[in-house]
Design a protein around this ligand. Structure first.
Ligand SMILES: NC(=O)c1ccc[n+]([C@@H]2O[C@H](COP(=O)([O-])OP(=O)(O)OC[C@H]3O[C@@H](n4cnc5c(N)ncnc54)[C@H](OP(=O)(O)O)[C@@H]3O)[C@@H](O)[C@H]2O)c1
Length: 205
């Protein structure tokens, strides 16, 4: 697929490596494209050239990127962001549990088909999820079945066990799941070299 990654940071770069390895064409949408890099375009040009886009910018920047991109009309838009902040010294959901960042992004991009994925583990695991014996799980949630299927293909091609979690509302579970990973990694001493996997009874290796 022709994939546009909005954001050239940790998540964007790691996913680009994984998706290119799987044979996808990846371009970046950057606010100041580096003229020396052939794979960087403006957000608008990258969005126009892509079949599917990944939002890998801070949640707070999502609205600006959606406007700059022209709204991603008719296209799958994978939301990898997490609306996280710090309250009373603890990591917290800036939007609480009654909605999700993904639903806010869908409201900001009503003509896009928003799918939540690639938000639930650290960027350190996104470049080479296949390094694990058991495939790391990556839940996928979205309201448009075709877009969710396309997103699931990318998730699986990046080496994850892609599990359909239903409609976009399920992002309310997936954004706190990102917090769980961060808690384990950063505060409980596991570091970034671990992932969560889903095991099925009777499905031995
Ligand atoms: N870090 C993780 O392990 C992890 C894991 C899962 C999900 N996430 C989520 O993924 C997102 C990206 O995280 P990250 O760690 O990759 O962040 P990062 O390394 O700070 O990169 C953020 C990228 O967003 C770009 N950006 C910011 N505002 C923009 C705008 N208005 N228009 C276009 N581009 C803009 C930045 O571009 P400039 O260089 O121009 O500033 C930068 O390339 C966040 O929402 C985060 O919550 C992160």
């Amino acid at each position: 697929m022709r994939v546009a990654i909005m954001g050239t940071g940790n998540v964007g770069q790691a996913l680009a490596v994984a998706l290119r390895r799987a044979g996808h064409t990846v371009i970046f949408g950057a606010r100041t494209p580096d003229a020396a890099r052939a794979d960087e375009r403006t957000v608008r040009d990258a969005a126009a050239a892509a079949e599917i886009a990944i939002l890998a910018v801070p949640f707070e920047a999502a609205g600006e990127v959606i406007v700059a991109a022209g709204g991603f009309p008719g296209k799958p838009l994978i939301d990898a962001t997490n609306p996280l902040g710090v309250a009373d010294g603890e990591l917290s959901l800036t939007l609480g549990f009654e909605t999700s960042g993904a639903e806010r992004i869908a409201a900001l991009a009503p003509r896009a088909h928003v799918v939540k994925a690639f938000n639930q583990t650290g960027w350190e695991n996104m470049q080479d999820a296949r390094a694990y014996l058991a495939r790391p799980v990556m839940f996928v949630a979205g309201d448009d079945d075709a877009s969710k299927a396309a997103a699931s293909t990318l998730v699986a091609d990046a080496g994850f066990d892609a599990i359909d979690l239903g409609g976009l509302r399920a992002a309310r579970l997936l954004e706190p799941l990102a917090m769980l990973w961060i808690e384990l990694a950063r505060k409980r001493g596991l570091g970034a070299e671990f992932c969560l996997a889903l095991q099925r009874r009777g499905a031995g290796a």
